[in-house]
Design a protein around this ligand. Structure first.
Ligand SMILES: O=P(O)(O)OC[C@H]1O[C@H](OP(=O)(O)OP(=O)(O)O)[C@H](O)[C@@H]1O
Ligand code: HPA
Ligand SMILES: [Mg+2]
Length: 184
């Protein structure tokens, strides 16, 4: 699949599975005093694989909501402008909300999203991200749950795309630079 496009595998399918289970257990434990269903807000499209695996690994009931925002388009760097492509279908007031993200890179998407969701008055709001890059640590965004801190390289797979491709890979890898330069 995608012969020659992947330069290296950064995180294997097994490592992802183990981390998803670990994060789900940790969140289940941290929310033990919270009654009622958690509300997971997945950020489309990148978080879709993580969201569905995470929800199934979570030993307690959770409801799934999705938001679509985009700041990258077909580029490997953030435009800095976050657009809502699809908003939540429901009110999140008084709900215990966990934002489920695939990656925090510049942190721009998340810092915008946190402000946006906080203004809707949830009972609590936390972030669970599978991946985090070094730049994100500079931005003042409180992220309670992080799967992997990764180097500052553009990664694809397990939901993450380059120009809408590679989301369907079961692992996370880096792209061969020829992919950026040759065009698709
Ligand atoms: O921390 P940041 O620099 O803001 O980057 C992180 C965001 O960028 C990606 O989304 P993208 O805009 O590519 O949309 P997609 O999920 O549909 O691919 C990714 O899925 C995160 O949501
Ligand atoms: O490294 C990345 N890969 C794919 N999408 C992304 N969005 C922000 N950073 C990345
Ligand atoms: Mg993308």
């Amino acid at each position: 699949m995608y012969d020659g496009d992947i330069a290296s595998v950064l995180i294997t399918e097994q490592q992802i599975n183990d981390k998803v289970t670990e994060l789900a257990k940790q969140i289940d434990d941290d929310y033990r005093d919270v009654h009622g269903d958690l509300l997971l807000v997945g950020v489309l499209k990148g978080a879709v694989m993580f969201m569905t695996d995470f929800a199934r690994a979570l030993p307690r009931p959770a409801q799934l909501e999705f938001m679509a925002v985009s700041s990258y388009g077909s580029s490997t760097s953030s435009s800095g402008v976050v657009r809502i492509l699809k908003d939540l279908d429901r009110d999140i007031a008084d709900r215990h909300v966990v934002i489920v993200e695939d990656i925090i890179d510049s942190g721009l998407t998340l810092s915008w999203l946190l402000k946006n969701l906080e203004s809707r008055n949830p009972a609590s709001l936390e972030v669970c991200t599978l991946l985090r890059k070094p730049d994100a640590v500079q931005v003042d965004v409180p992220v309670r749950y992080v799967g992997f801190d990764i180097p500052n390289e553009f990664v694809v797979g397990y939901g993450l795309d380059y120009a809408e491709r590679y989301r369907d890979l079961p692992y996370i890898g880096t792209l061969d630079p020829k992919v950026y330069t040759s065009g698709i």
